[in-house]
Design a protein around this ligand. Structure first.
Ligand SMILES: *Cc1c(COP(=O)(O)O)cnc(C)c1O
Length: 217
């Protein structure tokens, strides 16, 4: 079923959109089903789980970290992570930079924005992001690369609400692009859209989708 589900999801999304298959809570055998069908971009939301899977699974998997990240866990990911989706503080950026230096690499990060009505979801607002991007401390961080932004819509069946939240994220992206990254071609990603709302995300300009349940069910 996994391979059929994946094929179906891929048929639904344009080729230029990156699909991160969210493998959290799934076994290595299930993940290998995805891998064997030729898909090698996976995402996890727990640092130790991700690090454990990275050790035993094929090394050409591109691993994304999609969850809330505590500074003391960055070290588990720094040697290999391809993109950290949910950065929501300068403190976390500094720690990622420090661990990236230790590993002699540059780590790609997305800034997470709070676009949902649920209080429980993490993320910055526009003013907080502006403060980070204008801070002299931020400008000294040479081993991180801000590749774009990420957000999670409210979990609801109300499509127009989800659409408004994604439009808001796209608007934040355009604001940041114009004001802070006009000449930086690395700043190009909008990570939004999960099983419940990926079709709306595609319509509203997502460049990365993070999909789990629709594939592993
Ligand atoms: C679990 C998770 C997803 C995938 O959710 P599904 O509904 O299973 O597709 C995407 N993004 C984040 C941040 C997640 O934690």
């Amino acid at each position: 079923m996994i391979q059929q589900n994946l094929k179906f999801i891929k048929s639904e999304i344009p080729n230029n959109i990156k699909l991160v298959v969210v493998t959290k809570t799934h076994t290595n055998n299930e993940i290998m089903e995805v891998y064997k069908s030729g898909h090698k971009i996976m995402g996890e939301n727990k640092p130790q789980e991700l690090s454990g899977k990275h050790i035993v699974l094929p090394k050409d998997i591109e691993w994304h970290f999609i969850g809330h990240l505590q500074t003391n866990k960055v070290k588990f990911l720094a040697p290999f992570v391809s993109l950290i989706h949910a950065v929501d503080s300068l403190k976390l950026l500094k720690t990622i930079n420090k661990e990236a230096v230790k590993n002699n690499r540059t780590i790609n990060c997305l800034l997470q924005f709070h676009i949902a009505t649920e209080e429980t979801k993490f993320g910055l607002n526009k003013d907080e992001a502006t403060a980070i991007l204008e801070s002299p401390d931020f400008l000294e961080l040479k081993n991180i690369r801000i590749s774009g932004i990420m957000g999670m819509a409210t979990y609801t069946q109300n499509e127009s609400q989800i659409r408004e939240e994604f439009k808001n994220l796209k608007e934040i992206y355009s604001f940041l692009k114009q004001n802070f990254f006009p000449l930086d071609s690395n700043f190009k990603e909008i990570s939004m859209g999960m099983t419940n709302d990926y079709k709306i995300a595609v319509e509203e300009g997502a460049t990365i989708l993070r999909i789990g349940s629709a594939i592993f069910s």
